[in-house]
Design a protein around this ligand. Structure first.
Ligand code: AHR
Length: 494
């Protein structure tokens, strides 16, 4: 028996559009080849930024983009990426294969990318190898409206107006690649650095502390205990959490797997909910008023890299399984939308669980991209109260809920109901009772395929793509839905 009850007139938290955010690091082919091809490239571009990628990401209303890392951020010095390109230094990307970084993509290029995408920039500053002075200068360069030397340098480099920056990260994974610090040491450094993250003119920065990896809750405890002061000096506005469905064992593969690995992947995906709850419990203890937001600014599936590619470039394919990873994770974020203010999929292009893959002038949209498309209507909508009873999906003595569901609505507009069927073998029938609205029509789209391993390739870029869904019928006070095995469905009910 699979049954959903939706209270269409009982709105809960707003699902911020920023839960649908992205992350682009100087890693492998994410920035170079992925976003940036250079002004002289035969690949269609605007001021060096790939037009096809911009068009694809605009279609899913990308709300924000985190940059320049990741681990790269704590070795990045912003002055390397400004001024005439020929004079920019050639530096070594120590975290990602020691490749030489020519710094042709710097602040101005990143801000141009965000403007072309129509999204908010989220910059991660350098704590690991940087100084408070460097961070102070960086923010002045970008946002100071007056007649200072740094603001004038920005003008000389082609940007007269100050930029607006809403989101500023103070380091990344400072317990790991960002300095291997103890939480107490990072908390002290954070207190010092954040003082120099200044608001100029009417720019208002959300200060984001680099938080912990999924299961490690102690860093959250220390930050909330030692930095946050209720109603206080606004030293911390958000802290971050990273969670990867990390399956790098060599017997895992992004495209060659059986049902056992399908199951394990989805099981690990759902574990994010436990970790989020643990971090939120600590935050609720210190901050019941929810002044500090939680930001999951790196998430996604991490498999061994595609054979034949540079292992330091973290290039992996993306199958129908990744569509389920995305759908389930986004539903978890919705559940905690009163505390989670942002999330960033890792990473946008050609790295880890990418939205798009590129090869020369060719580009393909991954199954993950299509989930962001199907779920687009949740952005800035009100999450609706939803109750789900469902059968379990079992394998080898373990089981998971067979279905995941989330519903939202903007005002009195249509209800968007998104559903995932985790079971790769069995279609499921479910009833959906709608309370608080009289529905007169339903339409939908579905993402599925014959094989769990189905994916898009440059020769067959549309093997997995959404099609119209005919399996939902209105009747009584709700819907009856027949959901195919291993599928993601989006229904619009009005
Ligand atoms: O996304 C790849 C890497 O994963 C990031 O650079 C780092 O923050 C995390 O460990």
């Amino acid at each position: 028996m699979n049954r959903i009850v939706i209270n269409a007139d009982q709105g809960q938290a707003t699902i911020s559009r920023h839960l649908y955010g992205h992350f682009a690091e100087h890693l492998g082919r994410c920035i170079y080849d992925g976003a940036w091809v250079g002004e002289g490239s035969p690949i269609p571009n605007t001021r060096g930024i790939r037009s096809d990628v911009v068009e694809a990401l605009r279609k899913v209303a990308i709300p924000n983009l985190r940059w320049p890392g990741g681990c790269f951020a704590d070795a990045y010095h912003w002055r390397d990426g400004i001024g005439p390109k020929a004079q920019r230094p050639r530096t070594v990307n120590i975290h990602w294969g020691n490749v030489v970084e020519d710094n042709s993509f710097g602040i101005h290029e990143f801000m141009d990318l965000c403007e072309q995408l129509g999204c908010e920039p989220y910059i991660c500053g350098n704590v690991g190898s940087g100084t408070p002075q460097e961070m102070l200068d960086w923010i002045e360069y970008m946002t100071f409206p007056g007649d200072s030397s740094l603001a004038n340098l920005r003008r000389a480099n082609g940007h007269p107006e100050p930029w607006k920056i809403k989101f500023w990260g103070i380091g990344n994974e400072n317990w790991g690649c960002g300095g291997f610090m103890r939480p107490e040491y990072y908390a002290d450094l954070y207190r010092r650095f954040q003082i120099y993250v200044r608001n100029y003119g009417d720019n208002q920065i959300t200060k984001i502390a680099s938080g912990m990896g999924g299961p490690f809750i102690y860093g959250t405890e220390v930050l909330m205990r030692d930095v946050y002061k209720p109603g206080g000096r606004n030293a911390i506005n958000a802290l971050s959490l990273h969670y990867y469905v990390y399956l790098r064992e060599t017997d895992f593969s992004a495209t060659r797997f059986g049902e056992d690995q399908w199951f394990t992947t989805l099981q690990k995906t759902l574990e994010i909910d436990d970790y989020i709850k643990e971090h939120i419990a600590i935050m609720d203890y210190y901050d019941p008023a929810k002044e500090v937001g939680l930001i999951v600014d790196e998430w996604g599936a991490w498999y061994p890299p595609e054979p034949g590619t540079n292992p330091a470039f973290l290039y992996q394919q993306n199958t129908l399984r990744d569509a389920l990873v995305a759908g389930l994770t986004l539903h978890v974020f919705h559940e905690h939308a009163d505390r989670i203010m942002m999330a960033n999929l890792a990473q946008t292009i050609n790295v880890l669980q990418a939205m798009v893959l590129t090869e020369g002038e060719r580009m393909l949209l991954t199954p993950t991209y299509h989930v962001f498309d199907l779920f687009q209507g949740h952005q800035d909508a009100t999450r609706l109260a939803l109750h789900l009873d469902c059968e379990r999906y079992s394998l080898g003595g373990k089981s998971l809920p067979g279905i995941s569901a989330s519903a939202s609505r903007k005002g009195a507009g249509p209800v968007l109901l998104t559903l995932c069927n985790l079971n790769p073998n069995t279609d499921v029938d479910l009833t959906c009772e709608l309370r608080g609205m009289a529905a007169s029509s339903v339409s939908g789209r579905i993402l599925t395929a014959d094989q769990m391993t189905a994916h898009n390739t440059f020769d067959n870029p549309n093997a997995v793509h959404p099609v119209a869904f005919e399996g939902a019928r209105l009747g009584g006070n709700g819907l009856s839905i027949r959901m195919p095995a291993k599928s993601v469905v989006a229904l619009t009910i009005q």
